[in-house]
Design a protein around this ligand. Structure first.
Ligand code: ZN
Length: 445
């Protein structure tokens, strides 16, 4: 095996490096890590990826994640050797990412106020566990298996626990899911229960649950699969890879995501940085991150709404004191993230620094939308025959808002990511029962 892949601290002033087998999610000074590759993959691989769409019986070609395995080859295997793929790469029988690609949705385009030819929406909810998380879980659990982990660990109230539980069950390893005691409706964890995960209740809030899960992972031989894990980010790079491939590698002007823990923003930024560095793309799409109004940490800090300073990556010298003061302010005022779009109900985005790096590289923007707007976005996606959760509606109405503000131009090409499938049956029911909602279709009698 060649030593091509390694881990490196994201802070350019620190830059500590570790072998790829390292399982700490931070450097010893507490900074996040990146997976780095020494080799530059040749752009002739575009042809290989295209051919693999005819899978010829290989689940690793069928997989929307592993089809791009040369661009995330941290296992450093011979990617054409099927035995090596089978030995190392973890897959839900090729199903992760298999059904996700960008679509035109005419009713959504009309609502957004853009030509249907110019806007693409990519549903990630058709992944096996129902959200984009399966992209990154395939790679994180691959690394867990590579280092011999017997148990994966996460803090989650929904999509992450579902995905982790599903992969753990498939691989025959244990999975612990940490939640704040008494604060989570049991229904939100139904998939985790179904897949046999062990629920661990922690006194405190979600941040406390995450902290304890990280501590326990470190002290009791667990392997953390929250998005602070750099290998999660590797798998999530395939979301923009698939979008770009379906656009024949003609780079859109914008890629738009809902903003929660900012793992997607981080992975999209890393994917674009690598493709640009490798000479695969000449133009860099701008990333737009859409926060909920009730959980708007990134938008507040990025747009200078706290202390008047616009927080930036600043070439690796972000003002982390400003972030700390913002969190202190939230604590002091008793402000909790509050939105019905629970997938992005996050006050302290774990990947904020990687997210800022992505926004700086892509000249990105961040804005907020209301719960009622997200419900409209979710509902109009439904009218095109696609199912998505409320947080995904943020991408649709975020594009709409940025067009109305003339930040996105009407002739720009835009890809919006729909991160997950509907998991709360009552949200659309309640929406449609209320005749005042824009797209509602109340029952007749
Ligand atoms: Zn460091």
């Amino acid at each position: 095996m060649q030593e091509d892949a390694y881990l490196k601290c994201v802070d350019p002033n620190c830059g500590l490096e570790y072998p790829i087998e390292n399982t700490n999610v931070q450097c010893e000074k507490g900074h996040l890590l990146d997976v780095k590759y020494k080799n530059k993959p040749s752009s002739t691989l575009k042809e290989v990826f295209y051919k693999r769409r005819n899978s010829e019986g290989s689940i690793f070609n069928e997989s929307g994640v592993w089809r791009f395995r040369e661009l995330l080859n941290f296992c450093q295997i011979d990617t054409e050797n099927i035995d090596e793929c089978s030995k190392y790469l973890v897959s839900l029988d090729g199903a992760e990412g298999r059904q996700s690609k960008p679509y035109h949705m005419s009713k959504a385009a009309e609502f957004i106020g853009i030509s249907s030819d110019n806007v693409w929406l990519q549903p990630e909810g058709y992944n096996p566990s129902g959200s984009f998380k399966d992209n990154g879980m395939a790679t994180a659990v691959t690394h867990a298996k590579m280092v011999g982990a017997k148990k994966i660990v996460c803090a989650s109230t929904g999509n992450t626990s579902a995905s982790a539980g599903m992969f753990a069950a498939n691989e025959g390893i244990n999975c612990d899911v940490y939640i704040p005691a008494g604060q989570i409706a049991p229904g939100k964890l139904s998939q985790a229960y179904q897949f046999g995960a062990q629920i661990v209740e922690v006194d405190g809030n979600f941040d406390d649950a995450l902290k304890q899960s990280l501590d326990d992972a470190q002290n009791h031989d667990g392997y953390t699969v929250n998005s602070v894990n750099p290998f999660r980010i590797e798998g999530q790079k395939t979301i923009p890879f698939r979008a770009l491939e379906y656009l024949n590698w003609e780079v859109p002007d914008w890629i738009v995501y809902p903003g929660g823990a900012l793992g997607n923003t981080s992975s999209c930024g890393k994917a674009l940085m690598e493709l640009y560095e490798w000479g695969w793309i000449k133009k860099i799409p701008r990333i737009a991150v859409i926060n909920s109004e009730g959980a708007s940490t990134l938008s507040d800090l990025y747009n200078g709404k706290f202390e008047g300073e616009e927080l930036r990556w600043n070439k690796g010298n972000p003002n982390t004191e400003l972030i700390s003061r913002y969190y202190d302010h939230l604590d002091k005022e008793g402000i909790r993230p509050k939105t019905k779009a629970t997938a992005i109900q996050i006050g302290r985005p774990a990947n904020i620094l990687k997210g800022l790096r992505a926004l700086e590289f892509t000249n990105g923007v961040s804005t907020t939308v209301t719960d009622s707007e997200m419900l409209d976005g979710m509902s109009v996606v439904g009218l095109n025959g696609f199912d998505c959760e409320m947080a995904s509606g943020a991408s649709v109405v975020g594009i709409r808002k940025l067009i109305s503000e003339e930040i996105i131009k009407k002739d720009d090409v835009v890809v919006g990511i729909l991160t997950g499938r509907q998991k709360d049956a009552m949200i659309p029911v309640d929406y449609h029962r209320n005749p005042e909602n824009r797209f509602s279709n109340p029952p007749k009698n």
